[in-house]
Design a protein around this ligand. Structure first.
Ligand SMILES: NC(=O)c1ccc[n+]([C@@H]2O[C@H](COP(=O)([O-])OP(=O)(O)OC[C@H]3O[C@@H](n4cnc5c(N)ncnc54)[C@H](OP(=O)(O)O)[C@@H]3O)[C@@H](O)[C@H]2O)c1
Length: 258
């Protein structure tokens, strides 16, 4: 039996994850409904630990809440699976320090297919000519999503920038183009963020050459792939030694793909 505490359980993703856990076998789910920063939530976690009913904490909340929760997990030597997105680079560094004593898996996208898509993009960015192929990224999400661009899109940009040997800070452009901008700079990775209604999450990368283009798109119609990935990650992380991991460590795709 795997005992899972779910932070952010009242949110959109947290609710989907709770439902998925309830339908899954050999799992118990403890909702940490809202604000894990509150004493009441920590008391719930403490009491689950005391009764031997807590193996892993899964978090789909907010960066602020995650930082506090990570402190609790490290103190109590409990592994974590973190699906929350929108961390700054400094927060990610701090998180890695805090989580040093435990095993933690961080992935802004728990879908195995999305992780595979990152590898495909990496390959394309490597082999396609760097000086003639333009790269554009388009991401779509529902109207309630707080951060833009999505962390998944930022990872896409980071992957292709690394493969081209470009600095992300120098090459990244966000927001739509407007006005007389002249020709597109060659050394640019542009992200367009679309928000509206209940749009499904979708990420596309376009490699645009002269006379031809290649697109890789990942789209999700439900939250199930993320819930499935988070449960799989939970079962995996409880068997790992302390360290910070991502989904690719778990999936174990052969390095030859890169
Ligand atoms: N990795 C993945 O595959 C994946 C997939 C989907 C979503 N996500 C990420 O998961 C996170 C949650 O997404 P969502 O769509 O479920 O958002 P949401 O509907 O806004 O839910 C956020 C949840 O976090 C809680 N929360 C927010 N701020 C908090 C704080 N300061 N302290 C404590 N709790 C806080 C909320 O509690 P209250 O309702 O009480 O405020 C709510 O339960 C986002 O970062 C999103 O990008 C990741």
């Amino acid at each position: 039996m795997l005992h899972v505490a779910v932070a952010g359980a009242s949110g959109r993703m947290g609710r989907a994850f709770m439902e998925f856990l309830e339908e899954s076998e050999k799992v118990t789910a403890l909702p940490i409904a809202a604000h894990p920063v509150a004493d009441e939530s920590f008391a719930r976690l403490d009491s689950a630990v005391a009764s031997g009913n807590l193996d892993v904490v899964v978090d789909f909340s907010s960066p602020e809440a995650t930082m506090k929760l990570a402190g609790w997990a490290a103190e109590n030597r409990k592994p974590m699976v973190i699906g929350t997105t929108g961390f700054t680079a400094d927060q990610l560094d701090e998180l890695a320090d805090i989580l040093n004593p435990v095993a933690a898996l961080l992935s802004p996208n728990m879908s195995t297919m999305m992780n595979l898509a990152w590898r495909m993009m990496s390959n394309a960015a490597k082999v396609l000519p760097h000086d003639t192929i333009d790269i554009e990224i388009v991401e779509k999400h529902h109207r309630k999503k707080r951060n833009a661009p999505s962390s998944t899109a930022l990872i896409m940009a980071q992957i292709v920038a690394e493969k081209r040997g470009w600095s992300l800070a120098d090459s990244l452009r966000h927001n739509s183009r407007w006005g007389l901008l002249g020709e597109r700079p060659q050394k640019e990775i542009a992200i367009s963020s679309i928000r509206g209604g209940s749009l499904n999450s979708e990420h596309t990368i376009i490699f645009a050459g002269s006379g031809e283009s290649l697109e890789v798109t990942h789209s999700s119609q439900t939250l199930e792939p993320f819930a499935k990935g988070a449960l799989r990650a939970s079962r995996w992380i409880v068997r790992q030694p302390p360290g910070v991991y991502d989904l690719l460590d778990m999936v174990g795709l052969p390095d030859v793909l890169f």
